[in-house]
Write a protein that binds this ligand. Structure first.
Ligand SMILES: Cc1ncc(C[n+]2csc(CCOP(=O)(O)OP(=O)(O)O)c2C)c(N)n1
Ligand SMILES: [Mg+2]
Length: 511
């Protein structure tokens, strides 16, 4: 297998270098103009963004919502200029004016990437670690939809999910929960990069962390690869090829990088993380790159032309897919309509009639039993409803009777056993919901909503259609005692803007 992509093989090294340095200089200039932001990580990761957006991702800047595009999650949300620079250069609807307006009120370039705000941004990131679990959710949705809708000779759902995580993401506990789930579920189309720069805000990671990330992820059942220098595009290419070749394991590609790459006085220092370089240092850095202009936001014509040519080549994957889709529509018209319905997020018309009726004749029905009955009643008409519990299935009554568990062997299983991983459950649900085609639900005791609160907050912020089943909403829990009594939880959830909190008083209100 040839590792080097055709574009890389044909382009001159000078042009490629210019194309990459444009991402770097836009990041430096945008942060400088905003007088705040994070220049160092985009400067370091520019070659990786180039490798993805210009040579690997199946994407089409003219159709950012194409359903079978590869998904890319920037878990290191503070490095937002890496994403904005790449989207702008690839030709997404993000003009240079928006890059100049980085971090300004009403711009399309907020400090941290926001889904549904900027075309090409797949999920809102910034709270570190969440993005990894979102990416796991995207991969779960892909696997489920592929198993449900693909037919021999018709691969209409067939994409990868990529993420970039940093030291912070990997230190966060959610990365353990999510990576453990992904390894167990053998999500082979999940490809992550670890930006191994040895730096966080406080300084060297030697202050806080001596984990062996490679051994850690290997233990989760991931394939782990190493790229010694992120500037080595052929090595990145080869690693991605190897990641794709392993269909059984998710892959973590550990890339050694230098934060603030090329800056004579800031490279490899925590100072490069979260403050403007300053005009003098920018001038020195641009000189070190051999940059052709002193003007801020300068985009060399050659670099832009190269990016656009690359994007056009990438967009050809969309054209190919359209042919695949036409053949599928012709061969399986009913499935095609159903797939479209699900991807559009349209609920089936039969839903209204499907709800069970609880009235005086039903007698006293516990609200969680009513919840279980509702899930089972609507599951038949809403096949996109997928979910389960964080190991409290029998208590939360989230199981769909007669259905299989989602597993490595059973991708069309709809009962999810998230394990005792509430935080990841919430963030995986976010990825599933954002992917589209599935509506995730997840259950636990109300008291443990605290364990998933950061993901719930993001779901509400992003408008994700996620449903939480919180049972045991009572201080009268009995023998379990105060650790299991929800006291402030209802009020705390009601404080989250855009979260619809329903507390049914009886079975009738549940349905
Ligand atoms: C959950 C969470 N805690 C803290 C922060 C604040 N924060 C933003 S970036 C950062 C350091 C991250 O270090 P690393 O991931 O190594 O990023 P790098 O500096 O290498 O780009 C911190 C603590 C955050 N964004 N999210
Ligand atoms: Mg770091």
């Amino acid at each position: 297998m040839s590792a080097v992509s055709p574009l890389l093989a044909s382009a001159s090294p000078e042009t490629v270098r210019l194309a990459i340095d444009t991402v770097r200089t836009l990041a430096m200039d945008a942060v400088q103009a905003a007088e705040s932001g994070h220049p160092g990580t985009p400067m370091a990761l520019a070659p990786l963004a180039y490798a993805l957006y210009a040579t690997h991702l199946r994407h089409d800047p003219a159709a950012p919502a194409w359903v079978d595009r590869d998904r890319f999650v920037l878990s290191v949300g503070h490095a937002s200029m890496l994403l904005y620079g790449s989207l702008h250069l690839a030709g997404y609807d993000l003009p240079l004016e928006e890059i100049r307006n980085f971090r300004q009120w009403e711009s399309l370039t907020p400090g941290h990437p926001e889904v549904h705000h900027t075309k090409g941004v797949e999920t809102t990131t910034g709270p570190l670690g969440q993005g990894i679990a979102n990416a796991v959710g995207f991969a779960v949705a892909e696997a489920s939809l592929a198993a449900t809708f693909n037919r021999p000779g018709h691969q209409i759902v067939d994409h990868y999910t990529y993420f970039i995580a940093g030291d912070g993401c990997l230190m966060e506990g959610i990365s353990h929960e999510a990576a453990s789930f992904a390894g167990h579920m053998k999500l082979g189309k999940l490809i992550g990069f670890f930006d191994d720069n040895g730096i966080t805000i406080d300084g060297s990671t030697a202050l806080t962390c001596s984990d062996d990330a490679a051994q850690r992820f290997a233990a989760y059942g991931w394939q782990v690869l190493q790229v010694d220098d992120v500037n080595d595009l052929a090595a990145i290419d080869a690693a991605i090829a190897e990641a794709k070749a392993d269909t059984e394991r998710p892959t973590l590609i550990i890339t050694k990088t230098h934060i603030g790459f090329g800056s004579p006085n800031r490279q490899d220092s925590a100072k490069a993380h979260g403050e403007p370089l300053g005009k003098d240092e920018i001038a020195l850095t641009k000189a070190a790159y051999g940059w052709p202009s002193t003007e801020p936001f300068f985009v060399p014509a050659d670099a832009l032309a190269h990016w656009r040519e690359a994007a056009a080549q990438r967009a050809a994957t969309h054209t190919e897919w359209k042919h695949t889709w036409q053949a599928y529509e012709a061969a399986h018209p009913e499935l095609a309509r159903e797939f479209e319905r699900r991807m559009k997020g349209e609920l089936p018309p039969q839903l209204e009639q499907a709800f069970p009726v609880f009235d005086a004749k039903s007698g006293a029905v516990a609200s969680r039993a009513a919840s279980g009955a509702v899930i089972n009643a609507i599951a038949g008409v809403v096949p996109e409803l997928l979910g389960g519990s964080a190991d409290l299935t029998g208590s939360n009554l989230t199981n769909v009777k007669g259905a299989q568990p989602f597993s490595a062997a059973q991708r069309d299983g709809r009962n999810f056993h998230f394990g005792i991983r509430e935080h990841a459950m919430g963030a995986i649900m976010n990825g599933m919901g954002l992917h589209g085609g599935v509506i995730p639900y997840g259950g636990t005791f109300l008291v443990f909503s605290d364990y998933m609160r950061p993901a719930i907050r993001l779901a509400a912020l992003m408008g994700v259609q996620a449903i939480y089943v919180f049972t045991h909403d009572s201080i009268g829990l009995g023998e379990d005692g105060p650790t299991h009594q929800p006291i402030e939880h209802l009020a705390a959830l009601r404080c989250i803007p855009n979260l619809l909190v329903l507390r049914p008083a009886d079975a009738d209100e549940v349905s």
